[in-house]
Design a protein. Structure first.
Length: 121
């Protein structure tokens, strides 16, 4: 009944998504260094990322599940270059004008890969 490390993530968000996917499957997960990484961004690299620990009996199944999740392609299409350049220029202009950094979120389109649309009543 020992905890073993099954994966290590450099990004806190990716580690939390993987941990929540495992928890939703009914697997006990311990995400180490999570709170340190939330408090201080620079500490993430000093600690060596975020190790994900599970029970020793479930380690092989979890490794297979995580490798399957990581191999799946993203459902977000990359932003077209023509769209991102004017948005960046506008963001830089607003930053220069008001002196406040204003990052504009990139609008991405979701790919519909055989998904059934949900109809509202």
């Amino acid at each position: 009944m020992a905890l073993v490390e099954v994966a290590r993530f450099a990004d806190l968000t990716e580690a939390q998504v993987a941990a929540s996917a495992l928890r939703a499957s009914g697997i006990f997960v311990f995400l180490q260094n999570q709170h340190h990484g939330e408090m201080n961004f620079g500490v993430q690299f000093a600690l060596g990322g975020f190790p994900l620990h599970v029970m020793e009996e479930e380690a092989a199944d979890v490794r297979a599940m995580l490798s399957h999740i990581r191999a799946a392609p993203s459902s977000l299409a990359p932003p077209p270059p023509a769209q991102s350049v004017p948005r960046l220029a506008f963001s830089l202009f607003i930053t220069w004008l008001f002196g406040v950094p204003t990052p504009l979120p990139i609008q991405r389109e979701h790919r519909d890969e055989g998904r059934v649309p949900i109809s509202s009543p």
